[in-house]
Design a protein. Structure first.
Length: 339
């Protein structure tokens, strides 16, 4: 409505100035001044001046308003509703992209993944350690690695319950990924023959807020299990969150994936393995950022193999870090077993 009002005002001022200019020109025609009852020239000059003033004032107000928004972004929030701000941003994208559908889809994704999320994370450190699973075969079908994963990060945003789940149903897994109360969800493929609700398949080992361990509750059900921990209200501001979990991952799956499901600024991930028979680990770049991550590998002469990935910019949700590996016994046999 505001844009329609301003467009009408500009059109009215333009017509007024044009009519005024026309009357001023007509008043100079021979014979018009002698027969005119009204002061045509004065009326034309007044209309032209008024229309011109309206156009100039409207331009200056628009320019000053835009400059004020650039200098003080909070000013827009004080005078415009959130819905109006969304429309302004979407309109600005449309003017740059010249594609209203693309502008709407891009801003919808941005609002869903960044603006409407419950928390933002900073200075994240993830450590992943693989070790052989002792309760199953060492090689071949059913061989597993135990992945011990620790997350540390600063966060602003919600308090309340944090849930950690392990499920076997793929549909439930995708649904839990969208649940804001779920901090971590693991999908255990039923084809592995393992029960997603078993204690050695998935376990939340520790959950701390600002260095203080929080009580963990555990609920097992058919097809999965859920661990819950309460995040106490520490008076607002930012908190330091840390948690450790263990999960099984198939040895011949050749893949371990770390989800990034919240906007994250700055991340370092360290991946290491012990006595796993892994020859080489690759780290494809699947981070949702225009900046390339920094990857460092420990020397081959080192007793412990560590692959570190660092990124110091913002990473958007629905991305992650992928680790793939090649096994020594696959190289000896001439190819990946089971492939």
């Amino acid at each position: 409505m505001n844009r329609l009002y301003r467009a009408r005002l500009a059109l009215f001022a333009t017509i007024m100035a044009a009519v005024g200019l026309g009357l001023s020109a007509v008043s100079q025609l021979p014979g018009v001044k002698d027969v005119a009852v009204l002061p045509v020239k004065d009326i034309g000059g007044g209309l032209f001046t008024t229309g011109l003033v309206i156009l100039v004032v409207d331009y200056l107000i628009s320019r000053n308003l835009i400059m004020a928004f650039l200098a003080d972004p909070d000013a827009m929030n004080r005078i415009a509703s959130p819905d109006m701000v969304d429309r302004i941003i979407e309109s600005g994208l449309d003017s740059r992209l010249n594609d209203p559908v693309l502008a709407r889809d891009l801003y919808t994704d941005l609002r869903e993944h960044v603006i409407d999320v419950d928390e933002r994370r900073y200075d994240t450190h993830v450590s992943i350690t693989l070790t052989p699973w002792q309760n199953g075969p060492a090689e071949g079908e059913g061989a597993m690695f135990v992945a011990t994963v620790r997350w540390d990060y600063r966060v602003t945003g919600r308090t309340g319950v944090h849930r950690f789940a392990c499920v076997g149903d793929a549909g439930e897994y995708r649904q839990l990924l969208r649940d804001p109360t779920v901090t971590k969800v693991v999908h255990m493929d039923p084809r592995t023959g393992l029960d997603p609700g078993a204690a050695d398949v998935f376990e939340l080992v520790e959950f701390t807020i600002n260095g203080v361990s929080q009580r963990i509750e555990h609920r097992r059900r058919d097809g999965g299990q859920v661990f819950s921990a309460e995040s106490p209200d520490v008076g607002g501001g930012e908190r330091h969150v840390s948690y450790t979990y263990r999960a099984l991952t198939p040895r011949h799956g050749h893949l371990f994936y770390i989800d990034i499901d919240r906007p994250t600024h700055g991340i370092r991930a360290d991946f290491t393995h012990h006595d796993c028979g892994i020859r080489y680990v690759n780290v494809p770049d699947f981070l949702g950022s225009p900046r390339d991550p920094w990857v460092h590998r420990s020397p081959e002469t080192s007793s412990t193999s560590v692959i570190s990935l660092s990124h110091d910019g913002w990473i958007l949700p629905k991305t992650g870090i992928t680790y793939t590996w090649t096994l020594h016994d696959e190289l000896r046999s001439g190819g990946p077993a089971g492939h």
